[in-house]
Ligand binder design. Structure first.
Ligand SMILES: Nc1ncnc2c1ncn2[C@@H]1O[C@H](COP(=O)(O)OP(=O)(O)OP(=O)(O)O)[C@@H](O)[C@H]1O
Length: 312
């Protein structure tokens, strides 16, 4: 585990010409071999960060290293080892999916033309587009275009994949397939860095995450540890919701809310057996009483005091 981080930024900052401070003093560390979720509501600075990491725009201040080399200075040596899918792939609508990839591959001076067809076929197969390979790209759904972009990023073996909102526009089945693909790639040793505004997506696929809000890093670390930092919820299932809520408040349980037969609150300091006994003594019919594990969303709310805006 002594491998140097795949992405490492220090004080990375971007102020756009209009004066907008999009990224503010970011210290980001992406461990080798991780599936790293870069999480934040719309406008929190994710795309701006990714564009700086890929050398597409210059930071206003601070530094970024990718695969151990400074960006954008080392872009020419770093970028061939990085597969990227940023802001929707650029495609020729009048060409088939396969021909788009053939063109893309031909533009790579390091790609051997003799193995081009096999490489393209393998990439199409990997993203589940083999059957639709002959269709014109303009007839593709948004999800299929997204897969084609991923296939382009996968033509060569990569040490790092950078995916900006990879499941944008996909239906639940398509999202599942992309998640499976990401896990497979990670299993092969590729570090995957993906941005998302979907918390549960990050929880399902990522080993590590960083949370952004208004251009600043709120937290970063292993997903399990981030969630463990937030306290879970006490959940009582009962047909006597109103009475249960009253008893819990009397016991000093904080933030009690009743929703149908589900009454929840902050985890109490006292023994759960005592809580159960008090409920039963008060005549509350208890079907279930548990402590629910905290989610990444709980952690986010706890850290920022805000809900997670998933608009857009
Ligand atoms: N080229 C630009 N010029 C000026 N301001 C910009 C530019 N690009 C982005 N911004 C602003 O910088 C802030 C961060 O935007 P950014 O696109 O990095 O956020 P994001 O987290 O990727 O959001 P989204 O998920 O909506 O893409 C926003 O307030 C945005 O309006």
């Amino acid at each position: 585990m002594d491998e140097p981080p795949v992405i490492d930024t220090r004080g990375l900052t971007k102020r756009y010409r209009g004066g907008q401070l999009a990224v503010d003093g970011l210290d980001l560390t992406v461990p080798a071999g991780s599936v790293f979720g870069f999480l934040g509501p719309n406008g929190s600075g994710k795309t701006t960060t990714i564009r700086m990491l890929m050398g597409l725009i210059e930071p206003t201040a601070g530094s970024a290293r990718v695969l151990g080399r400074p960006m954008p200075r080392a872009a020419r040596t770093v970028l061939p080892q990085v597969g990227a899918l940023i802001e929707g792939p650029a495609l020729y609508g009048f060409l088939s999916g396969r021909d788009n990839l053939l063109r893309y591959d031909a533009a790579d001076p390091a790609a051997d033309p003799r193995t081009r067809r096999a490489r393209v076929a393998a990439a199409l197969d990997r993203v589940g587009l083999a059957a639709a390979a002959g269709k014109k790209a303009k007839a593709y759904s948004l999800g299929m275009k997204q897969r084609l972009g991923l296939a382009a990023a996968l033509l060569q073996p990569r040490r790092l994949l950078v995916l900006d909102e990879p499941t944008n526009g996909l239906d639940p089945q398509g999202m599942r397939e992309i998640r499976t693909l990401i896990r497979e790639l990670a299993g092969d040793g590729t570090t995957v860095f993906l941005s998302s505004h979907l918390l549960d997506e990050i929880e399902q696929v990522c080993t590590h995450a960083a949370v952004m809000a208004r251009g600043r890093l709120v937290t970063q670390g292993a997903v399990a540890e981030l969630a463990a930092g937030a306290r879970g919820r006490l959940v009582v299932t009962t047909p006597d919701g109103a009475e249960a809520a009253r008893v819990l408040k009397e016991l000093g349980v904080g933030d009690v809310t009743a929703d149908g037969d589900r009454v929840t609150g902050e985890p109490p300091e006292r023994d759960l057996a005592e809580v159960t006994a008090a409920l039963v003594t008060a005549g509350v019919r208890v079907r279930g009483l548990t402590l629910e594990r905290a989610s990444l969303e709980d952690a986010f709310v706890a850290l920022t005091g805000e809900g997670f805006d998933v608009a857009g």
